[in-house]
Design a protein around this ligand. Structure first.
Ligand SMILES: C[S@@+](CC[C@H](N)C(=O)[O-])C[C@H]1O[C@@H](n2cnc3c(N)ncnc32)[C@H](O)[C@@H]1O
Length: 203
């Protein structure tokens, strides 16, 4: 993941420096940590799929909590550098290539996951409305993916660019999950329209 920049200025706020200090690959780690502190969704021994993992800071957080008896699979279009942990398996591929993902899960002995986390982001155009709508479309595809790969009662975390069409995502979430919790972690930049949807209890 490239550093976000405003003109020539690279954003290096407190989370950027804290991530470096603690050995996290990206500031996003703090977003997942806040989600975990609030909802406690990651538990020891779980099988977790992390969608859009590169460079791997969500993976670092998840792998530590699920522990050596748990398993985390990470998929991203970009290469994810090895975490050097036997409980983390990585694939550089498109999450929407169903046969390839099925092959990857089968190779790691997974039929369904206890938890899916997605930090997927569209290639941003700079046009707010377009980026927000693309984010909704991606998340609807992720929901359909989880219809197959997430176990009943399981939870999913979605990164969402919130805009005026957000109801188009809320409705399919509510159809599939008993509870929808929305959170904007402190590590999200104030001006960003990014939020996380924590969808609990797959029906
Ligand atoms: C915000 S970054 C993820 C940061 C990551 N969660 C972390 O903590 O390090 C978004 C990622 O989405 C990935 N991505 C976008 N579309 C994808 C797709 N169709 N399949 C897999 N990864 C995708 C991008 O390659 C990019 O690395």
């Amino acid at each position: 993941m490239k550093k976000k920049s405003i003109g020539q200025y690279v954003v290096q706020d407190v989370y950027f420096h804290e991530a470096k200090k603690l050995g996290f690959r990206a500031r996003s780690a703090f977003k997942l940590i806040e989600i975990q502190d609030t909802f406690g969704i990651i538990q020891p021994n779980m099988k977790v799929l992390d969608i859009a993992s590169a460079p791997g800071s969500f993976l670092q957080v998840i792998a530590k909590i699920v522990g050596p008896e748990g398993l985390v699979l990470g998929v991203d279009l970009q290469k994810i550098k090895s975490l050097g942990r036997p409980n983390v398996k990585l694939l550089q591929w498109d999450i929407f290539d169903a046969p390839k993902i099925a092959e990857f899960c089968a190779a790691n002995g997974v039929e369904q996951f206890d938890l899916v986390t997605s930090d997927i982001a569209p290639n941003t155009t700079g046009m707010k409305g377009v980026d927000q709508y693309r984010s909704i479309e991606l998340n609807i595809e992720i929901l359909k993916f989880a219809d197959i790969w997430l176990k009943k009662g399981g939870n999913i975390v979605l990164k969402v660019f919130v805009g005026e069409d957000i109801q188009e995502l809320i409705s399919p979430v509510k159809l599939r999950y008993t509870t929808l919790q929305r959170i904007k972690p402190k590590a999200c930049r104030d001006r960003s329209f990014e939020e996380y949807f924590v969808c609990l209890g797959k029906k």
